[in-house]
Write a protein that binds this ligand. Structure first.
Ligand code: GLC
Length: 460
């Protein structure tokens, strides 16, 4: 039986193996990729999550991770969800498909959409855990203008109506690609209207299902629509005023916005210590505005927070029992009455308290598919947010603390028994005594989250 120390060492080794040093235009970048098998570039929210684990092992490397990430920032402030490493061909879509190089600096190639905005949260977390005061200060001072430009960009282009909730325009921006939350919106994109050559191109070039069981990945129809959206945005020259107007996918995502609220709190706290108080007040105000707006997405009838479909003038609540409904805990947006219900749903063995909790979709629901990506499997990253979210409420409800500890133990156990997989079967089937690991193995944020959890559980 592996000890916790051995497990920790394995996690460190994975992060080391997944570190890539690349040179673009004579400049050297060091970054950790999600997996050597497929995700061979840098992803925004993976990278932020990885840095939060890495800081416990190697502070310098954690700083590098985030500095390497902001190197991909566009001149208009956007931080794209993928920063491509040159010469890598294992991932689809390839860098050139996006045609975004004119917006970036130093010839760095990136995607054109963003990811859940975890950057400022990670930066603040690094500050909490790094020990060298001077290096910490230098790091934050370097990072602050980029973080502010990113937040200002998001506020300007994704919340032009100033309602407190940002709009995402692609399922990939949610980080939960094929979640049932997106079905009703995506289904309006008629597959018959997607050009045949685009579909042929996807069929020919899509790579994840060459390496993986297709039952565990998004469907063919999902992929046609993902790429269709990219082509549309490219035709609109990545002008986000036009994109918001024309996209057939525009959603106020509760997961994305919960991270947005907490990221604004984090940025405000950093500015309070290292910057300007007036600017800190602006981001704090944005955080509070988003918290209030999230609270108001609650549906009494459905007992959950709801994403809002705002495509082309709509304003329609999306009701789907996924683990995103717990994200407002992370944002600090939960009333006492809502907290009671969330804790009940999290403890319910027919819903979210499966053998290996927390499943991405409630196990009793008609959408549940224990193997397919964000439609059932348990993901360490969302567990981490739920655990951190519950910890915000321990003073308000004793069950919050108990559940947070239970999910920490279970997440560690799931990884210890099965390995560092991308996601896991949430059920404990009679034929399979342990949660089954799925997707790609030696996965970086699984390793990084394990490091954080072990630190919280055993080394603090
Ligand atoms: C998948 C996941 C996304 C993640 C990316 C890289 O697209 O859905 O959340 O960021 O892989 O790991």
């Amino acid at each position: 039986m592996q000890t916790y120390l051995e497990l920790l060492n394995e996690a460190k080794a994975i992060l080391q193996r997944n570190t890539m040093t690349v040179t673009v235009n004579g400049k050297l970048y060091e970054r950790i990729i999600p997996s050597r098998d497929f995700y061979v570039h840098q992803w925004l929210w993976d990278s932020a999550g990885i840095a939060m684990g890495q800081v416990h092992i190697d502070e310098e490397a954690a700083f590098h991770e985030l500095l390497s990430l902001i190197a991909g920032q566009w001149n208009n402030g956007l931080i794209p969800h993928i920063i491509y490493n040159p010469g890598e061909t294992r991932y689809y879509p390839p860098a050139d498909q996006w045609q975004t190089t004119r917006f970036t600096r130093d010839g760095i190639k990136t995607s054109g959409i963003t990811d859940p905005p975890l950057l400022a949260i990670a930066a603040a977390n690094l500050c909490d855990h790094a020990s060298d005061e001077q290096k910490k200060r230098d790091f934050i001072i370097t990072l602050l203008p980029s973080m502010m430009a990113y937040h200002d960009h998001l506020k300007r282009y994704r919340d032009p109506e100033d309602c407190g909730l940002l709009t995402i325009v692609h399922p990939w921006e949610s980080g939960t690609d094929d979640s049932p939350r997106w079905d009703s919106v995506l289904n309006r994109i008629d597959l018959n209207n997607i050009p045949t050559d685009l579909k042929a191109n996807v069929d020919l070039n899509r790579k994840d299902i060459r390496y993986q069981n297709s039952e565990e990945r998004p469907t063919e129809a999902d992929y046609y629509r993902y790429i269709y959206l990219i082509e549309l945005f490219k035709d609109l020259a990545w002008d986000y005023t036009k994109i918001l107007h024309e996209t057939p996918f525009a959603v106020k995502d509760i997961l994305f916005n919960s991270i947005w609220a907490r990221a604004n709190e984090a940025l405000a706290a950093l500015l309070h210590t290292y910057g300007n108080q007036e600017e800190a007040n602006t981001y704090q105000r944005w955080a509070e505005q988003t918290q209030k707006a999230l609270t108001n997405t609650w549906s009494e009838e459905d007992q959950q927070y709801c994403d809002i479909d705002v495509t082309q003038g709509r304003h329609q609540a999306i009701v789907a029992p996924t683990n995103a409904i717990f994200m407002p805990l992370y944002a600090g947006a939960v009333t006492d009455a809502q907290l009671d219900i969330l804790l009940q749903r999290l403890s319910n063995t027919d819903e979210f308290c499966s053998a290996y909790p927390v499943p991405s979709t409630a196990i009793h629901s008609r959408y549940f598919d224990k193997e397919r990506y964000w439609r059932g499997p348990t993901w360490p990253i969302t567990n981490f947010f739920i655990i951190e979210g519950l910890k915000r409420y321990t003073a308000r409800h004793k069950n919050a603390d108990q559940l947070a500890n239970f999910f920490m133990q279970k997440t560690v156990q799931m990884i210890k028994e099965n390995g560092f997989w991308e996601y896991f079967d949430p059920l404990d089937d009679a034929t399979e005594p342990h949660a089954k690991g799925m997707g790609f193995s030696s996965f970086s944020w699984t390793a990084a989250i394990l490091i954080q959890l072990l630190n919280k559980l055993y080394y603090n």
